[in-house]
Design a binder for this molecule. Structure first.
Ligand SMILES: *Cc1c(COP(=O)(O)O)cnc(C)c1O
Length: 228
């Protein structure tokens, strides 16, 4: 048992509580995913021992191996990294959620490959809100059409959208990206989709994300320490 992970989790929960209070939001309106990419299975066990149940993984092969070695724990696994066609089956068979869908083709494969004995895969569409070149994500102008198509797939349940702002020292710029994501999320609901998940906010920007309406934070470094 490593007390550092437990202490770090307490600090992150405190940050969420303070930011939620400042924003006039209930702190249990924001879900915390512990992003365990590159971290050993033992770090996940430590976080679980400190009460954490939901975990995010970026690299599918690494995630699948970790899920298998932690199958004795009642954890909820979220795929938050890019999904190539040849890896979609692994995601469909092993994860509860996928946050990083940005093409209909991948969504169709995930739906077709979702095993019948599992509940529908819970999905978010990744949106490239600020147009960063190196990033995956659907363009805002194509989001509604993709959402409407994904919502029809039988073995997926569309829950919301996910965004990753370009890293920046400029807080106002990050905040503008979060705000735009929130507007896109609201516009999908106004178009008749029933979405409850706005996945945004990481170690550096979780307070801003809470202010702008995030319902799901993805936090790695502040919980597990720096990645090498
Ligand atoms: C790594 C990663 C995170 C966590 O980032 P930290 O800055 O370590 O909190 C969140 N979301 C995605 C998509 C990531 O790749």
């Amino acid at each position: 048992m490593n007390d550092t992970v437990s202490d770090n989790l307490q600090k992150v929960r405190k940050r969420i509580e303070l930011a939620s209070a400042a924003a006039g939001r209930a702190s249990d309106a924001v879900k915390l995913l512990a992003v365990s990419k590159t971290m050993p299975a033992q770090a996940v066990r430590d976080a679980h021992a400190a009460g954490q149940l939901a975990f995010g993984e970026n690299y599918i092969q690494e995630g699948v191996d970790k899920i298998a070695s932690l199958a004795d724990l009642p954890l909820e696994w979220h795929c938050i990294g890019p999904i190539q066609s040849n890896k979609s089956k692994w995601v469909a068979e092993n994860f509860a959620w996928a946050h990083s869908i940005d093409r209909l083709k991948i969504a169709e494969r995930l739906s077709a490959q979702r095993p019948a004995h599992l509940p529908p895969l819970q999905v978010c569409l990744q949106v490239n809100v600020d147009g960063g070149n190196n990033k995956s994500g659907v363009a805002p102008g194509e989001l509604l059409a993709l959402a409407q198509a994904v919502a029809k797939l039988p073995h997926l349940q569309l829950r919301g959208i996910m965004t990753i702002p370009e890293p920046s020292e400029n807080k106002a710029q990050i905040q503008a990206v979060h705000r735009r994501a929130r507007e896109l999320f609201d516009s999908l609901n106004e178009a008749g989709l029933k979405l409850d998940t706005l996945s945004m906010g990481m170690t550096a920007d979780l307070e801003i994300a809470i202010t702008e309406g995030s319902t799901c934070l993805r936090v790695g470094t502040a919980i597990f320490g720096a990645r090498s």
